[in-house]
Design a protein around this ligand. Structure first.
Ligand code: RBV
Length: 425
């Protein structure tokens, strides 16, 4: 049985202290969570609920977990990626009243799934996922929990995609909010968060510049758009690869070079995958890449770059820097993979995840979705649900107020005009 992180660290006290400092820093820059904290500490909406979480356990996520506990929940949490946990934060979180943290960095597959089971042993009434691992484990291994689960919330594109596939197969047995898809999440976290944090992590891990580089961005969804825009803003030439004709056209009209990966492979200095699909960069592509290229993935799972194929054609492989593995070909070319092909913004040794402000929005939405499940869970059937617009707007208004941004309202005449079809020329 997996023990909480506090029972596994050598110097728990100093880990807790360092993790707490990181949480305090993050919390200072999370006005939405601060506003919800005031509400939750007074109303205690989650009293009696048990919340199971599988997310990237670092400072911002810890602020969310603590917030749910401050609202009265008993929280059990583990990671959603073997390389994204900050052990000090996990320890600090484990010390919070009402929270048990099982997350530890660098665990193998067996320990990773054992920690998911440890969370489910708490018999959660609500699940909060990033990638759908908890929902999958509940349905496969703990179906007896489904009756008492009020609902869940899912953080990321890949998780929502998996949930919708599960729902289409009639296999999803409780309601889950698609937090990823709501404007306050996807238009900010996916675009700005992924763009900024992926580029920051690559730059800090390699100490290399963007200016003058050719950066190949695979996938032009919200994440790809963010990565392309920020790379372009750092004076890189951006190439986009796509499989969807309208997105390819959008990228073309945005001024990026659009071409198949087979061609881009020869042109790129840095490759960043954001597709959510497997086998985006494969053996034929590796064969044509230049010496010294960087290969990084910003999609949820480590399936976009075919590392087995790369290993099989490499003459040698070695750790070139912390977080960078070089694969040296027989002809001397070195292809450098960051973070083992896992989420580059979270899984390199120096990675911090998305910026704090953007996670405040995403986690503000998570928190109000959990509140909605507790207050109105009965209103939602099993299946995937959009976040109600009123909740998305509530979070936007708190954020605007915190930023000191005022905005207009409609007059009665304008509201009436917008609702009518009779007005013409
Ligand atoms: N993400 N979390 C962080 N806690 O630092 N950074 C990014 C963090 C989330 C983001 O919302 C995205 O949808 C998901 O990670 C991918 O796993």
């Amino acid at each position: 049985m997996t023990a909480p992180i506090s029972e596994r660290l050598d110097d728990v006290e100093s880990a807790r202290e360092s993790g707490r400092r990181k949480m305090d820093w993050a919390a200072q820059h999370m006005p939405i969570c601060a506003s919800l904290r005031e509400e939750f500490e007074t109303d205690r909406p989650f009293a009696g609920e048990r919340i199971g979480m599988a997310m990237h356990v670092e400072a911002k996520t810890a602020v969310l977990a603590e917030l749910l506990a401050q609202g009265g929940a008993e929280v059990a949490i583990t990671g959603c990626n073997p390389l994204s946990t900050h052990d000090d934060v996990s320890a600090a979180l484990d010390a919070v009243d009402g929270v048990t943290s099982y997350a530890e960095r660098g665990v193998d597959d067996e320990a990773y799934y054992a920690a998911i089971e440890a969370v489910l042993e708490h018999e959660p009434t609500i699940t909060v996922d990033d990638g759908m691992d908890l929902v999958a484990a509940v349905h496969e291994d703990y179906p007896e929990l489904i009756d008492t689960i009020v609902g869940g919330a899912e953080e990321t594109t890949t998780g929502v995609h998996r949930l919708r596939a599960m729902d289409a197969d009639g296999e999803l047995d409780y309601p889950v909010f698609a937090v990823n898809d709501t404007p306050m999440k996807r238009l900010f976290d996916n675009v700005h968060g992924t763009g900024e944090s992926s580029l920051a992590s690559i730059a800090m891990t390699t100490n290399l510049s963007w200016a003058g580089k050719t950066v190949v961005v695979a996938g032009y969804g919200h994440c790809g758009k963010g990565v392309a825009k920020k790379a372009s803003g750092q004076n890189a030439d951006v190439v986009v690869t796509e499989v969807e004709p309208r997105r390819a056209l959008e990228a073309h009209m945005e001024g990026y070079d659009v071409m198949p990966m087979a061609e881009a492979a020869e042109a790129g200095d840095v490759f960043i995958t954001t597709t959510g699909n497997r086998d985006v960069i494969v053996e034929d592509h590796f064969e044509n890449m230049q010496d010294g290229v960087l290969l990084a993935n910003a999609g949820h799972f480590d399936v976009e770059i075919d590392l087995d194929a790369l290993a099989s054609i490499a003459a040698d492989t070695y750790e070139a820097r912390d977080g960078v593995r070089a694969y040296e070909m027989a002809d001397g070319r070195r292809l450098n993979v960051l973070a083992e092909g896992r989420l580059v913004n979270l899984a390199t040794p120096i990675a911090l995840g998305h910026p704090v402000e953007v996670m405040d929005q995403s986690f503000g939405i998570q928190a109000v979705c959990v509140r909605e499940l507790v207050e109105n869970g009965d209103a939602y059937d099993a299946g995937v649900h959009d976040v109600p617009d009123r909740l998305d707007k509530e979070v936007a208004e708190v954020k605007l107020a915190a930023e000191g941004v005022d905005f207009d309202g409609l007059t009665d005449e304008q509201a009436e005009y917008m609702d009518s079809w009779q007005h013409g020329t």
